[in-house]
Structure formats: C-alpha cells, structure tokens
Design a protein around this ligand. Structure first.
Ligand code: S3P
Length: 166
C-alpha cells in the first residue's frame, strides 16, 4: 500500500488518527512537527522565535520533497498547505486526506493542549483563531484527494472510513 498523508488545521486530530492508521495498516507513522523538532534540536516555538515562520515553512517544503515517494502514514503541520509549492507537492502524494473539523472542536482541543505550543495562535481569541483558519480552507480542499468529516466521530470510525475510501 502507498503511504497516506493527513492534512488539516491544528487540533483536527492528524497525530491521533495518523498513529491509529499506522497501527491498522502496519505502516510506520511520521509526524512532521516531531521529526523537525528532533532534527533541528529545538521546539517549534523556539524555531519560530529564532528564525521566523518563513524559515519553518521552508523546512516543511524540504520534508515534503524528502518524503515524495513515501510509504508511511504522515501527519503534517497545519500550515503545510500555505506555500503554493507545498500544495503542488501534495498533489503528487495522494492519498492526501483532509481531516475536516468544526472550529468549536479544534479550538477547544488547541486551548486544552498543554504539550504543543502553537506560536501562531498563542493567546488568540476563538474569533482570531477562526481568522487564521478560514483563508486556509480552500488550500486544504485543493490539496486533498479525500475529505473526511471528523466531528462527533471516534478515531476508530474515522480510520475505518479512510481505509474504505482510499
Ligand atoms: C502550525 C501548526 C502546527 C505547527 C506550527 C504551525 C500551523 O502543527 O506546525 O505550530 O501553522 O497551522 P499542528 O497542526 O500539528 O498543531
């Protein structure tokens, strides 16, 4: 089986679903944020502070190029679709699954997640978070080969649907 890529906004469940998909398919799971943190030796927050968002986006592009012919389940960072170059790369990497999640769900998950500090939405109000998300919607849709609605469904149900549809 070819690898699977998961895209979607922060808090849409890319890491949880990615791990479960990997378990069910026997594939390896790679989380781009975790891999970057491991390779650059600092947290995402520290990297943003030190080098800025543009540099972080360039790192994401090199990861996509490196994994163009991948055979793993890959959970991407929520902003991977921002660069046109990345969207073009993602189109060559199908199946690319957009985990579509309602704002109430991802906003409450993000706010309750002590482990991952997300520099782009740190101390933003729910309305401001929505403003980060809205312009990205067409980019997720354009990059995905499959859209899966995740709200009010268990990870098992979501993974089942993905496996039936790819
Ligand atoms: C980002 C999402 C984060 C991380 C970084 C930027 C974004 O990943 O890559 O903080 O711009 O949406 P998650 O989607 O895994 O939180």
């Amino acid at each position: 089986m070819k690898g699977i890529i998961l895209i979607g906004f922060m808090g849409s469940g890319k890491s949880t679903i990615g791990k479960l998909l990997a378990q069910k398919t026997g594939m390896e799971h790679i989380d781009f944020d975790d891999l970057l943190v491991q390779e650059i030796g600092m947290s995402v927050q520290e990297f943003f502070d030190e080098y800025g968002e543009a540099a972080f986006r360039r790192e994401e592009t090199s990861l996509l190029k490196r994994f163009l012919d991948h055979e793993q389940v890959i959970s991407t960072g929520g902003g991977i679709v921002l660069r046109p170059e990345n969207r073009a790369l993602l189109k060559q990497m199908a199946p690319v699954i957009y985990l579509h999640t309602e704002p109430e769900t991802f906003i409450s998950r993000i706010k309750n997640d002590q482990k991952n500090v997300r520099p782009l939405i740190l101390s933003k109000t729910p309305e401001e978070i929505q403003d980060v998300f809205t312009p990205r919607i067409p980019f997720y849709e354009e990059s995905a080969s499959l859209v899966i609605a995740t709200s009010e469904r268990t990870p098992e149900e979501i993974v089942q649907e993905i496996l039936e549809k790819i």
